[in-house]
Write a protein that binds this ligand. Sequence first.
Ligand SMILES: Nc1ncnc2c1ncn2[C@@H]1O[C@H](COP(=O)(O)OP(=O)(O)OP(=O)(O)O)[C@@H](O)[C@H]1O
Ligand SMILES: [Mg+2]
Length: 571
Amino acid sequence: MLKRFTNYYKPHKRIFFIDLFCALSIAIIDLLYPAFTRTILQDILPEGNLNSLFTLLALLLGLYIIRCFLDFVVLYWGHIMGVYMESDMRRDLFNHLQKLPFKFYDNNRTGELMSRVVNDLNEVSELAHHGPEDIFLSVVMLLGSFIYLVQVEWHLAVLIFCIMIPLILWFTITRRSSLGKSWATVRVKMGEINSSLENSIAGIRVARAFTNELFEKLRFNKSNNDFRGAKRGAYKSMAHFHVGVTFLMTLLNIVVLAVGGYMVFKESIDIPDLLAFMLYINLVIEPIKRFTGFTQQYEKGMAGFRRFCDIMDQEPDIIDRDDAIELINPKGNIELNNVTFSYDDENHILSDINLHIPSGKTVAIVGPTGAGKTTLCHLIPRFYEVNSGCVNIDGIDIRDTTLSSLRKSVGFVQQDVFLFTGTIKENILYGRPDATDSEIKEAALKAEIDDFITSLDNGYDTWIGEKGILLSGGQKQRLAIARAFLKNPPILILDEATSALDNQTERKIQKALEELSRGRTTLVIAHRLSTVRHADKIVVLTTDGIEDQGTHDELFDRDGLYRNLYNSQFV
Ligand SMILES: Nc1ncnc2c1ncn2[C@@H]1O[C@H](COP(=O)(O)OP(=O)(O)OP(=O)(O)O)[C@@H](O)[C@H]1O
Ligand SMILES: [Mg+2]
């Protein structure tokens, strides 16, 4: 996994090495300050060499000016590298999500997937650039200080670097991990607040209708209180942590002052040496903090990356065969041969279905709810794969065609119309993004929605709200039909919505659909049986399979399920 992670550095190698080089230079400049101070106090001042003093100070000033630029590079370009890597990962993840089958989305929550694409990758990006920088800086600073101080006075250096600093590191790392856990709880509670909020806002209309505002308030209060509690815990751990670290740091100062002071007393070191020790100690506090920060960042970032890999490792199971052929302008002769299908490999929704939809004809499927009508339609554009049997178009098994050519040939007006948040025009354009304005208008005219659109102040540029909430059910459906007109596919699947429409709208939609199905192979699922009277063939589907098929008159005469359904709607 680490290798996979480092692969994302590859395209940004140059920035990465520049970033590390600058971090190294910063560490070296920082290490020079106490050494310079010691030299000034020990050699230059006693000799009264004012020239050397100013030369050294000018050098130091120059170095600090250079350090400003280096700092800028690390802060700016370091972050930019993280952002680039994050955006690469996000791009890969999104492209992969586009390939994953419907089945994957049946089993995953939208909110959770979004959090992976947004929050997790953010953590990964932080780790990507701070990680190497932090490790590098802390190691160089600690090692550099140690090497310098050992030469000054090795007893004191060993006491600090082999006993005191490991002690502080041990304390900070163990404390950090409990601090990290507290913050993890806060994030979980935050996620709960988010999902509770999302649910309540999306369902606000239902809540009002059921006058369940109080219930919603209580439910939200609960997650809000949990969140408050978790944050309290986290701040408590944070206070413990900072108090502890600060105390250990001051302890370190006192120990060095005590032992060093004693050594000065015994004349085994002189005052500038002691001062160098004091300055270096305060210099290494920063790398210690960085190092502990890194251990925590590593956990978070890697957890995010693991979740990223989980999705990337899901193989899309519905893909093109190597030798898949293009389905070019099919006539649309559809055959389902012995098709068996289940969502979970256990309960068969469709068993051994044989169905022929001749090219250019309209075939209707009717039957009770839950019989598998929508499911059957989903098999034709290969949204799901059949368990056994096959679906052929013009005699070619759809598994031998490319997915894109197959889906380009099939137009689908779904049972619950999905509109994108945006304008009317954008939504119709979804049928064929390169269509011209006049083609859009023509499609809308055919879908019997043009007069409504032109009556609006902003016409085709009218904003339809989130998922088209500002439109009526009938309007949404006609927009979806306009989209299908624009796509102009040889095969058409209409999954009629169950929502009742007024007579006039129904007639309009009916007219639009008849217009749409002209000259195409059409499979229509109808709940209103009036809409299928003129179909070339009507198929009655129940949970036991195809019960009957024929024209309206034939089925009606047979006095079976169809006649029952028909009578229940019209008598
Ligand atoms: N994505 C899914 N995952 C698992 N089971 C599903 C899924 N979609 C539908 N089902 C199940 O498959 C069965 C058939 O559903 P389907 O939507 O095909 O019925 P339908 O005939 O279209 O019903 P309706 O007339 O109400 O639209 C139902 O029992 C349903 O619970
Ligand atoms: Mg259905």
